[in-house]
Design a protein around this ligand. Structure first.
Ligand code: NAD
Length: 551
């Protein structure tokens, strides 16, 4: 369950200084006088008792006074280490302000500097040397009731590449979003980094790097390690949901296919991205008063994210009556070697599926002239590749060119919101991966969409956890996308928004979780009895960042 009420009897709680150092139970200055007496806290806190709202006011003032986003990140992480309730109260209430700090873009910089800003460990590290002992190591985790694990091997952190064990900021950040956005209890989450080494020379030579000084493990030995981890995690934490995060392209799809039918697992970079971008495009179709059948979609980048999005668009088109062949004809890929065309050497099966019987082309602008796309989607991690010429050509070909510049963090975007609006003379429909502020152009305000995976994965995860679904299936992401798109109201459309406001994220996740749990119950995937009213049941289960009285 997401939040079986924690049974915090006085006897089970740590006491005195130990309690103040336990972030899950610590309330700091909010312990009442009676709690202070019974929990051996007298003399350990200043006498004036504050409530949660007053504490929030204080930390908000402190974090806003920090000079840079990195300082804010460090402050928020130490608050999380000190008092999780206060941390979650702050970030949940001010989600639009702090999501870009605890997640992309700031988390990207945090991972790049992880060893240097490291203060306290959070989550677990499994090393390649732990082979044969992983189950025992996982048993060292204090809590046994873990519902969600987010795991990375650090090889493709956002668009920043191999950051090895320093990638730990990602599972930590994603699991914070599970709590903030969906209300999964923090006690039931576990971030894990599998340290298989790194090929990043800079890190290997950095005395403060936190990981193993070894090159990456590859091949059979790598697969055996991951197999052992998945098996051990599912044994130590029965029915746990394992989310794979920021694995490199050559492993992401392979591992997803290896485990998806035997374990409760999904890959957010592939499936979550597919869901959130499909949702954005469904809204775009409302703007354009058009359908996917009328579009030609060109992906710049053909990795995990591109494949995930393309698969979801194709599935949606098939659900709407097209054949798979018709769907594939609308979708084109351009990768580091140019257009993905039939007969090109070494095409993996995922790309092969979307390869066209046309001539190759290694220049993006020329490829656009040839294919005449209505939509271009940047997911290559290559900054600034949607140049003025590219956007102008899209604007020449289309009344409303659709430009998605999804690479993260902000340093990697293909073009900025401002560039897309300016170069298309205000006609672009634009979305990005990292957030952009609204843009003023010729007296009009444009609201860029943010295809943030946080719209999708927390709700899908919550629905899976609530129903104890055996597996996470592709259909769930299409359902999540449709549910999200349905929440874009007429008011949002009038303002040019592609996604509902993040302020509404708890409600969005609740709607998605309800739809996912319903699907699991209807399709014989659930492993718990069906509650009478699923939505009401989820509402009662979710974690709210409030203090509970211990006496
Ligand atoms: P990936 O490593 O799996 O794929 C990258 C792809 O880009 C590969 O196909 C590669 O061939 C291609 N590529 C690399 N250099 C290129 C070049 N010079 N020209 C053309 N193509 C090139 O990575 P991914 O998981 O697909 O993620 C890619 C980017 O998308 C990252 O920056 C990531 O942060 C971003 N992303 C955004 C969202 C979102 O906005 N919701 C979600 C997932 C990923």
């Amino acid at each position: 369950m997401a939040n079986k009420k924690q049974n915090n009897t006085l006897e089970s709680l740590p006491k005195g200084t130990d309690l103040l150092h336990d972030p899950l139970f610590n309330k700091g200055t909010a312990f009442s006088n009676q709690e202070r007496r019974l929990l051996n806290l007298e003399g350990l806190l200043p006498p004036h008792v504050l409530n949660l709202d007053e504490q929030k006011m204080k930390v908000l003032e402190t974090v806003r006074a920090k000079g840079t986003d990195m300082e804010k990140y460090i402050y928020l992480m130490s608050l999380q280490d000190r008092n999780e309730t206060l941390f979650y109260r702050l970030v949940t209430d001010e989600v639009e302000e702090f999501m870009p700090i605890i997640y992309t873009p700031t988390v990207g910089q945090a991972c790049q500097e992880y060893g240097h800003i490291f203060r306290r460990p959070r989550g677990m590290y499994i090393c390649r040397n732990d082979k044969g002992f992983i189950k025992g190591i996982l048993q060292n985790w204090r809590r046994k009731n873990v519902d969600v694990i987010v795991v990375t091997d650090g090889e493709r952190i956002l668009g920043l590449g191999d950051l090895g064990a320093d990638g730990m900021g990602i599972p930590v950040g994603k699991l914070s979003l599970y709590t903030v956005c969906a209300g999964i209890h923090p006690i039931r989450t576990l971030p894990i980094t599998i340290d298989v080494g790194t090929n990043n020379e800079e890190l290997l030579n950095d005395p403060l790097y936190i990981g193993l000084r070894m090159k990456r493990l590859v091949g059979e030995a790598y697969d055996e390690l991951i197999d052992e981890f998945v098996e051990a995690a599912s044994e130590v934490f029965p029915k746990v949901l394992i989310q794979f995060e920021d694995f490199a392209n050559q492993n992401a799809y392979r591992l997803l296919n290896r485990y998806r039918n035997n374990y409760c697992t999904f890959n957010d970079d592939i499936q979550g991205t597919g869901g959130v971008i499909l949702a954005g495009l469904l809204t775009v179709m409302r703007y354009l008063k058009s359908s996917f059948q009328q579009q030609r979609i060109l992906f710049y980048g053909a990795g995990s994210a591109a494949i995930g999005i393309a698969e979801d668009i194709a599935s949606k088109m098939v659900m709407d009556g097209a054949s798979m062949q018709e769907a594939k004809e609308k979708i084109f890929f351009f990768d580091s070697r140019g257009l993905v065309v039939k007969g090109r050497d070494h095409l993996n099966p995922n790309k092969e599926k979307f390869a066209h019987e046309i001539e190759g082309e290694s220049n993006l602008l020329e490829a656009i002239k040839k294919i005449k796309p209505t939509i271009i989607i940047g997911v290559s991690g290559q900054a600034k590749v949607f140049t003025k010429e590219v956007i102008e050509e899209m604007a020449r070909l289309n009344d409303r060119p659709v430009i998605f510049a999804l690479s993260n963090p902000t340093t990697k975007y293909e073009c900025s919101a401002e560039e897309a609006y300016q170069w298309s003379e205000g006609r672009a429909v634009f979305a990005s991966g990292s957030p952009f502020d609204p843009v003023e152009y010729k007296g009009k305000t444009f609201y860029p969409g943010q295809g943030n995976n946080a719209y999708i994965f927390p709700g899908v995860g919550l629905g899976t956890v609530i129903s104890k679904s055996k597996y996470v299936v592709d259909e769930m992401f299409i359902i999540a996308a449709q549910t999200l798109a349905n929440m874009v109201g007429e008011e949002d459309l009038a303002m040019g928004r592609m996604y509902p406001s993040l302020k509404n994220i708890r409600n969005i996740s609740l709607n998605i979780a309800t739809a996912i749990a319903e699907y699991a119950f209807d399709h014989d995937l659930a492993q718990v009895p069906r509650p009478e009213n699923i939505r009401q049941h989820i509402k009662e289960e979710v974690y709210q960042p409030e203090y509970k009285s211990y006496v």
